[in-house]
Design a protein around this ligand. Structure first.
Ligand code: AMP
Length: 282
């Protein structure tokens, strides 16, 4: 198999994309931080259904990690990522250095409201979405894709990026793709490799309890009762919970009294030193 080309600079990325544009080929972008797993590959497949050419960016973005978070120990598995993307038949990897993305003197950040201030991830990672939006905004202008694929696994991120692209009139269609799960229901995540065997087994409580909670809500239980039960079950499984909340599936606002709106159940919590997130439709 031919090795998959890698662009390390914005100039090299743009040169390749321009060649495709000259032949009228559409382009889709899949932004990632690498440490790829089948969840990421499902985004590549979804991208291929939308566009002839697929660029996968691999960039562990320092701006979205707080100083106390796992930036330096975040898994970096480039050779394996490249091999997986070659098998998946992606067209190009964009893997810039930190200096290429944030040259000396870099001084601009995208400031967010709406879904970025829902009181979910933002309450626990207050600088995270500004970092995400800034790098994704840059990737969108660097690559100028027709489509960009994001996983529902990071549901608030999907809403933040969708809102940003719309608000800034960026000519890209943001598309969400369903969460890919392990056989026991645990959402695939690059961070699952931090889990011990016992913690990994306990993580199966997340999808199980979320499913039970969603069923109770659909069955007419009051939100507060269903969520209280769900939180208790997750604590019993060993999680220290940041949140288990039901929110409006589009805006992430608190549900209105009386029901009738589409809801999303969202969870974040820690087991040992590893923080995991997940969400499902109610
Ligand atoms: P990251 O894991 O942060 O590099 O995520 C890169 C992209 O892959 C994001 O759009 C994530 O939402 C998406 N993603 C991560 N895990 C999954 C999964 N299990 N299923 C589907 N998409 C995922």
């Amino acid at each position: 198999m031919a090795t998959l080309p890698v662009a390390r600079t914005v100039k090299a990325l743009r040169a390749e994309v321009s060649r495709w544009r000259a032949s009228d080929e559409r382009v889709a972008l899949v932004p990632t931080m690498g440490a790829l797993h089948p969840g990421h590959i499902s985004l590549v497949k979804a991208a291929q259904r939308k566009a002839k050419r697929v660029v996968v960016s691999i960039f562990v973005n320092p701006a979205q990690f707080a100083p106390t978070e796992d930036f330096s120990k975040y898994p970096r598995t480039f050779a394996n990522d490249r091999a997986m993307l070659a098998v998946a038949q992606a067209d190009l990897i964009f893997a810039p250095t930190v200096e290429e993305m944030y040259p000396e003197g870099f001084a601009t950040t995208i400031s967010l409201d709406g879904p970025a201030k829902a009181g979910l991830e933002d309450a626990f990672r207050p600088t995270h979405f500004a970092g995400v939006a800034t790098v994704v905004g840059k990737l969108f202008t660097q690559c100028a894709p027709d489509f960009a694929l994001f996983g529902e696994k990071d549901y608030q991120q999907l809403k933040v990026v969708t809102r940003m692209a719309r608000d800034l009139d960026l000519p890209v269609k943001v598309i969400g793709a369903p969460t890919v799960r392990e056989t026991d229901g645990v959402a695939m995540s690059s961070r699952n490799r931090y889990l011990s065997e016992t913690e990994r087994a306990a993580a199966a409580a997340i999808p199980r309890v979320m499913k039970e909670t969603a069923e109770q809500i659909r069955g007419g239980a009051s939100l507060s009762t269903a969520l209280k039960r769900g939180r208790a079950a997750l604590e019993k499984a060993g999680f220290s919970i940041d949140y288990l909340e039901a929110r409006n599936a589009d805006t992430l606002a608190q549900p209105k009294r009386g029901g009738g709106e589409k809801l999303r159940l969202l969870f974040a919590g820690k087991i040992g030193t590893t923080r995991l997130i997940d969400n499902i439709a109610v």
